[in-house]
Write a protein that binds this ligand. Structure first.
Ligand SMILES: CC(C)(COP(=O)(O)OP(=O)(O)OC[C@H]1O[C@@H](n2cnc3c(N)ncnc32)[C@H](O)[C@@H]1OP(=O)(O)O)[C@@H](O)C(=O)NCCC(=O)NCCS
Length: 155
């Protein structure tokens, strides 16, 4: 298994892994569960769009885990050189490859990258109904700093 820099041909597979992985834990799915399908797109389309944005905004900070040419997962990052804040907006590992330490390795890889970019600290967030995130992030050195309540309404 190797972790390498994202390339644009990875995008369809990153989208697939994301939509499969975030079933049940995506905020846009919560919105849809409460308010119904909104506009012309469902939560899966909106979630895929997050991945596209990550790859557009900071392609040099998206890292892909691959074995024998098969993509197993990825992590995305943002770096703000003025504030010194690094962020991990998205992380997903294919269902077939979970529980082998890949998620943790991707986090460590992203943290190294953000440190090299001169970031002073890093942030990551997880949903209340995502027990894996709530285990994995504290055990990767993150401390909880706050909880947020999300509201949505139809227009
Ligand atoms: C989160 C995710 C990337 C982790 O990938 P992974 O390769 O399985 O991660 P790892 O194997 O490195 O570590 C998983 C850890 O979670 C633990 N874990 C697994 N299921 C768990 C559960 N139901 N409750 C609590 N901890 C759990 C594992 O024991 C392991 O911890 P350990 O190393 O202390 O034993 C993967 O589960 C995923 O893609 N989930 C869907 C998308 C997602 O949640 N992304 C993050 C959004 S905040």
């Amino acid at each position: 298994m190797k972790i390498r820099l994202f390339q644009s041909s990875d995008l369809p597979e990153l989208r697939r892994i994301t939509v499969e992985g975030f079933e049940g834990i995506a905020i846009d799915q919560n919105v849809e569960n409460k308010l119904g399908v909104l506009g012309d797109h469902d939560w899966r389309w909106r979630k895929m769009r997050h991945v596209d944005e990550d790859c557009e905004m900071n392609p040099k900070g998206v890292f892909v885990a691959e074995r024998d040419g098969v993509i197993l997962g990825y992590i995305s990052t943002r770096v703000d050189h003025e504030s010194g804040k690094g962020r991990i907006p998205n992380l997903a590992v294919d269902v077939s490859a979970r529980g082998c330490g890949l998620g943790r390795q991707l986090i460590e890889y992203a943290l190294d990258y953000m440190q090299q970019e001169g970031m002073a600290f890093a942030m990551i967030e997880t949903m209340e109904n995502n027990p894996i995130g709530q285990h994995l992030y504290p055990s990767s050195g993150f401390v909880e700093v706050g909880r947020q309540i999300h509201y949505a309404r139809k227009l």
